[in-house]
Design a protein. Sequence first.
Lengths: 317, 317
Amino acid sequence: MRALVFDGGLRLVSDYATPLKRPGESLIRVKLAGICNTDIEIAKGYMGYTGVLGHEFVGVVEETDSPHLLGKRVVGEINLSCGQCDLCNSGLRNHCPNRSVLGIMNHPGAMADLCVLPDVNLHPVPENLPDDAAVFCEPVAAAFEILAQVPIESGQTTVVLGDGKLGLLVAQVLRTTGADVLLIGRHPDKLRLAEGWFIRTVPSEDSWKAKQVDVVVDCTGSTEGFALALDLVRPRGVIVVKTTVADRFFINLAPLVINEITVVGSRCGPFEPALKSLSDGSVKVAEMVTGIFPMEQALEAFEVASRAGSLKVIIRM
Amino acid sequence: MRALVFDGGLRLVSDYATPLKRPGESLIRVKLAGICNTDIEIAKGYMGYTGVLGHEFVGVVEETDSPHLLGKRVVGEINLSCGQCDLCNSGLRNHCPNRSVLGIMNHPGAMADLCVLPDVNLHPVPENLPDDAAVFCEPVAAAFEILAQVPIESGQTTVVLGDGKLGLLVAQVLRTTGADVLLIGRHPDKLRLAEGWFIRTVPSEDSWKAKQVDVVVDCTGSTEGFALALDLVRPRGVIVVKTTVADRFFINLAPLVINEITVVGSRCGPFEPALKSLSDGSVKVAEMVTGIFPMEQALEAFEVASRAGSLKVIIRM
């Protein structure tokens, strides 16, 4: 099969071995795969992963032991857990220490004609949801993880730092709570996009009232986001850290103690509310597609995805 | 009156002006005042405060507008809030942006013959509680703040990092929940003290099972504590940061995101459970007194308090 592989360099391979479907797993024919910043990091060699890339996809189940899934259009949760350890048994499957992760850790990804995932990871896609929206399900789920971790109520003040792909999704997801959402970013065109969704925006150069925000979500993907979040959050407020910055950076935690701030790390999230919000239009993604490239142009797709102004770039199998 | 003052250097002054009691405040004749690490930092010039030191005390109310307090032995909460701002009105008086803080910020402290605090800050001391235990109320309250912020349940695994004064108090307070408490420290004599209270201890050089602890409390007072806490805490676990380290330090927050850790800054706490635990003996402090010095030897008291092996040093007025 065709596959986009990182093995020190990024290569499009035409005769890659089809992944093996084990009992309880499904073989999925991939339709679309989205390029995430994590993929770009992997392609730079920053993540230590080699193999088939890709963890955002929509596809059709081609082989399965679960008859109800056969032929279904599905999206899939990316963590493959052991199902037997304490964390799995306590409901924290995504934190299984024995896990592999689709296209990120020890499991071939979805930028290929076929991929394999456990049946329990798969979610049928509602019929009204087109492929190029369903492919956003994984990052939208990651945004919904915030609501699963932090109670956010109508009328609260929230700020999203960073107007990239994740920031734009997080701002929309926070708004589903009825909270007041402000998006702070550096890209006028991306801020305009959010304004079109009636989300208030501020260019990051502008000053903003300090120490008054209930919940700040750092989606900057940079080491500067955390210090800015500490400036904005009110005493006893919450900072949610969504982006994994591989770099170490200087920090002074004294304001965190003095103002009794809570910091919450947040990663993968629940697919159900993500599919629902994409279906009912409360999270809009159509305008976030920078381009859809055929698999033959996957390397070009990565190049476009890596440009500063780009949002979601999708590969069609 | 006599007062221990920092004005660039630490000086014992014999004719310092008696603080002015305003309406709603009480004038308190101080009996004992404890030396806290914050005082030692102030005495080094690290905190930007000048004036009378001291925020841990027990004393007797000498003048007051509240008849029920007159002549009472009291301890006092250290934050003087405006009572009118949004934070005060929402019950977060300790975070009032207009606050002053006894002996720490814009309000003369308790290492003097007399000090002044609002009546609402004062708590009568139970008769059975001796002065040299009551003087620990403020730091014990700071330890109880953890329980007010983080639900800790019987059977959970908790680790306290640091066997200094605060670490020894926090370990005892955590144990009141029925949680499993482990104290990690570097001072054999301090660890032995905790063992005498039937708290399990480990010298920090020893290895300890990583990524399995539900709640880690950093009381190290050093920049190394946070990274060690990140190593110990389980996925979805909690790190409580108790010590304000003025230094900036290098950190990589990626593990916080990947393992969805919650970090909670924690400062001043509730006096009621502190007084109760000191009264009923569930928190023991008698063995934590390194020495009690008369006011005339206050400078020597500071010197002793600054030594590595010392625990609580108390000044008697």
